[in-house]
Write a protein that binds this ligand. Structure first.
Ligand code: NDP
Length: 328
């Protein structure tokens, strides 16, 4: 049998963690022939709850689950990690300024970056889910100088999936008929879901839909504000869909994108499409053999340019703010 892959999950006792761990253990993250060993990180007061989740994982008798260990120390939790899912973060609470939020998260993601640098496996792949995800990923990456920067990514796959769902409803087609959708920029309300390069059943999606008012006034704001709409309806933030997107992100990264398609991932910019180098921003990417590549050569019209710029400017401001706080 194959050697287990070590997957470290932070915030394991949270609601995304609860939706995520069972799917990882069942083989949906890496594939049905890959055993996994889980290492769970929690803050001390949540360790007991994580132990409860681990008991339930035992009780599922997953054939692929090689073991579960629980830690409240990042240095231990990331030892030997091949995949790290950074879900735990400090949520914004009432009256909290953005600077306070970034500072609180710096206190989490700096030591985690250091721990990944010190102890993770050579092939470590990191996905940051905890918000503000792009900038948290940047903080962790900056404190892991021995790990290639390309291994640090942040999640915009949920936005991508939300956009797929909205577009499939509008066009009356299955999501499987839609290709080449892109989320650009920050995982925040400024993100830009781009359908101008997308295809529905092989034809240009924007032309097929042919409804600019819907695109501007319905589609883009619906995708960007979906998180708030879920909270309003459910009385709690999205968890199962966020976990599902995290599974998709890593699965695609490891197993590759289909020919003639791409996905959305927030990755370290090399300056493509005018996004300042070093920012962790969402792009159209293809993946193959466990490596991603930004899709090159797309024509960006003025409508898209303005929206990409607005979201990327927000990322630059967040980077400036964490620099000023001495977090990077
Ligand atoms: P959730 O599991 O619901 O959310 C975890 C993080 O994911 C939050 O930062 C949340 O951001 C973010 N997120 C990103 N995308 C989405 C999305 N589409 N929908 C919802 N959330 C999204 O939070 P809980 O409070 O239930 O659990 C967090 C856990 O993390 C707790 O158990 C806590 O103890 C733990 N924690 C662990 C740390 C560690 O291991 N060192 C550090 C800090 C916390 P947003 O807040 O913007 O919704």
């Amino acid at each position: 049998s194959r050697t287990p892959v070590t997957v470290t999950v932070t915030g394991a006792a949270g609601q995304i963690g609860y939706a995520l761990l069972f799917r990882i253990a069942s083989g949906q993250l890496l594939g049905a022939d890959t055993p996994v060993r889980l290492r769970l990180l929690e803050i001390p007061q949540a360790v007991k709850a994580a132990e409860g989740t681990a008991m339930e994982l035992d009780d599922c008798a997953f054939p692929l689950l090689a073991g579960v260990d629980i830690f409240d120390d990042a240095a231990k939790a990331f030892e030997g990690a091949n995949v790290a899912l950074l879900v735990g973060a400090r949520p914004r609470t009432k009256g909290m300024e953005r600077g306070d939020l970034l500072e609180a998260n710096g206190g989490i993601f700096k030591p985690q970056g250091e721990a990944i640098n010190a102890g993770a496996a050579d092939d470590i792949k990191v996905l940051v889910v905890g918000n503000p995800a792009n900038t948290n990923a940047l903080i962790a990456q900056q404190h892991a100088p021995d790990v290639p920067a390309v291994r640090f990514t942040a999640m915009t796959r949920l936005d991508h999936n939300r956009a797929l769902a909205q577009l499939s409803k509008k066009a009356g087609v299955s999501v499987s008929e839609i290709r080449k959708l892109t989320i650009w920029g920050n995982h925040s309300a400024t993100q830009y879901p781009d359908v101008f390069h997308a295809e529905i059943a092989g034809k240009n999606a924007a032309e097929t839909v042919n409804d600019q008012a819907w695109l501007e006034n319905d589609f883009i704001p619906t995708v960007a504000k979906r998180g708030a709409a879920i909270i309003e309806a459910r009385g709690a933030s999205s968890a199962a869909s966020a976990a599902s997107a995290a599974i998709d992100h890593v699965h695609t990264w490891v197993n590759g994108t289909a020919d003639g398609d791409w996905t959305s991932m927030a990755v370290v910019s090399d300056g493509s499409y005018g996004v300042p180098e070093g920012l962790i921003s969402s792009f159209p990417v293809t993946t193959r053999n466990g490596e991603w590549e930004i899709v090159q050569g797309l024509e960006i019209d003025d409508f898209s340019r303005a929206r990409i710029d607005a979201s990327v400017n927000e990322l630059s401001e967040e980077r400036d703010a964490v620099r000023k706080l001495g977090l990077i």
